[in-house]
Design a protein around this ligand. Structure first.
Ligand code: URA
Length: 268
């Protein structure tokens, strides 16, 4: 059952929830062509479900190891040295045009890790991921699931990171070389957080994490693995702002990720 606040959040996403008998699946949603709200409410805490006790992580299957790559000094860094290294990074030409690096925000042991593409103008200005219009939609999506980027226990406070830590000029697509240079930072962030589920948003997050050039439409709706962590693919919020018809599909993906969180990777 959805709380009033969660329904309001879903409405902001452009998703209408039918009022169903209590046993109905939450994924029963219908697209609603509504304009986006600009500002989601600040605190979802009051109506959120109670925290779930932490459960032990299953061992990582050897078959789910990522492709071999040369170990680097980054692989052993803890949060602060990692943050400092990103802040001073000059590994690619993006360092010349950036105003701030965008390291990522959230709980350092978050159960949910959200991975986007690259900082845009607002993110570059503020040094925080997803603070522009796409970020407002992302916040609404998270709130609909009882999640937040603001301070909360690790089952509710997500960690948000990007595949690139610097803004590509004029928001052009990331170059393969830039993705490759930045990848060890994201890999280390994932290794430190040890999330229970990863939500990969958009083409470049998927290319980086799954080494796949398949379109999102083909990869969504299933549970993938990244280093033994269940990974769900969905559309990028910026794409959803341009193509609101796909918001209902994206909501299905979030519900799949929530199922994985509840029941484990064999959810579907
Ligand atoms: N799009 C992204 O993928 N990441 C951001 O931080 C902002 C927009």
């Amino acid at each position: 059952m959805w709380t009033e606040r969660q329904r309001a959040m879903l409405a902001e996403m452009g998703v209408r929830v039918f009022v169903q008998p209590p046993q109905a699946a939450p994924a029963d949603v219908l697209l609603q062509d509504e304009p986006m709200a600009s500002d989601p409410p600040q605190s979802p805490v009051a109506d959120a479900p109670p925290p779930v006790p932490t459960i032990a992580r299953p061992p990582r299957p050897a078959s789910a190891e990522p492709p071999m790559r040369t170990p680097s000094a980054i692989d052993t860094l803890d949060w602060e040295p990692l943050r400092e290294m990103v802040a001073g990074c000059t590994a690619c030409a993006l360092c010349e045009s950036r105003r701030h690096t965008v390291f990522g925000v959230g709980h350092t042991r978050a159960h949910w890790m959200i991975i986007g593409e690259a900082p845009g103008e607002q993110e570059d200005l503020r040094g925080e991921p997803f603070v522009g219009p796409a970020g407002q939609l992302l916040d609404s999506m998270l709130m609909a699931l009882g999640l937040t980027r603001e301070e909360a226990p690790p089952e509710r406070q997500v960690f948000i990171a990007n595949t690139l830590k610097c803004r590509p000029p004029r928001n052009r697509n990331p170059e393969p070389e830039e993705l490759a240079r930045c990848e060890p930072y994201l890999q280390r962030q994932i290794a430190l957080v040890q999330p229970k589920v990863i939500l990969a948003m958009g083409r470049f997050a998927v290319q980086s994490l799954l080494r796949s050039n398949e379109p999102i439409g083909k990869l969504r709706g299933q549970v993938h693995q990244y280093q033994g962590v269940p990974l769900v693919v969905t559309y990028h919020p910026a794409y959803l702002l341009r193509q609101p018809m796909d918001k209902a599909r994206s909501w299905d993906d979030l519900c799949l990720a929530a199922e994985v969180m509840e029941r484990g990777p064999q959810a579907r």
